[in-house]
Design a protein around this ligand. Structure first.
Ligand code: G3H
Length: 255
């Protein structure tokens, strides 16, 4: 019935908030691993939350992935978008067009009537290439905007799956396994204690920027992401989690 799940999602939200020291947690019913409706719910919850925290003049950085693509699809107009900039958080090209951070940033900006800036460079770069590109005047302007983001909204992925999706080398995959990597966010890989153990060189937000970004919102659901979400939250860097019952249940009760 209606009352049990309402109670369950709220209770799970409270427990997550307390365990990870978050300021806000939203848990949508169901498990997005299996349920298309839950997926839509999660996207909608992410979109509504973002709309609520936007303010004139703010800079919003977004990552790629299917979850954030869902958020972009669900975002509605009707916000005061004066001088709001939406930018990709890190990198830009590399995934399917639909799930690229730049595309998602542009979509959100168009939907709410904000402006956007893009980085027309690949997601994954060799460290030396990344360093050289950062010195380019056009790129450095955009990077400055990105790194001064006020709001960051991002996905979280299981380390192994993300390593595969990002085409990491066998040696890198081996390293991640040996160091017990659990979760990935913004091309950083976290172990179960929330420590960053590996990073793909990229352009945009760096981990040092996390301290001055006012609001960091993670959107990730599905019981298959429980360990990944937990790893990233253990870093202590997040403010807000938007997730589903499937993930929340597994994080809190282990099943
Ligand atoms: O970094 C994490 C990924 O962007 C999450 O991707 O939303 O497609 O699972 P996903």
């Amino acid at each position: 019935g209606l009352v049990p799940w309402l109670f369950n999602t709220q209770l799970l939200g409270e427990k997550l908030k307390e365990r990870f020291g978050l300021s806000d947690v939203i848990v949508v019913p169901g498990n997005t691993d299996q349920d298309l409706f839950a997926q839509e719910d999660l996207s909608r919850a992410g979109a509504e939350y973002l709309r609520k925290i936007l303010y004139p003049g703010c800079i919003v950085a977004v990552t790629g992935g299917t979850t954030l693509a869902g958020v972009a699809k669900m975002i509605r107009e009707g916000v005061d978008a004066r001088d709001i900039f939406v930018v990709p958080a890190r990198g830009g090209l590399g995934e399917e067009v639909e799930t690229q951070a730049g595309n998602i940033a542009a979509k959100i900006a168009r939907a709410i009537g904000a402006q956007y800036r893009l980085l027309h460079i690949p997601d994954s770069l060799e460290a030396s290439t990344a360093e050289a590109l950062k010195k380019d005047i056009h790129i450095s302007e955009v990077v400055k905007t990105i790194r001064s983001a006020d709001i960051l909204i991002h996905g979280i992925g299981p380390a192994e799956e993300m390593a595969y999706r990002r085409g990491l080398s066998p040696a890198e995959v081996d390293f991640l396994q040996k160091n017990d990597a659990r979760g990935e966010a913004l091309r950083y890989y976290f172990d179960k204690d929330g420590k960053i153990i590996f990073e793909i060189p990229g352009i945009g937000i760096e981990i040092d920027d996390f301290t001055h970004i006012g609001t960091k919102v993670a959107v990730a659901g599905g019981s298959s992401k429980a360990a990944a979400i937990e790893a990233v939250l253990r870093s202590g860097q997040e403010n807000v989690l938007i997730t589903d019952e499937g993930a929340a249940q597994k994080i809190i009760y282990g099943k």
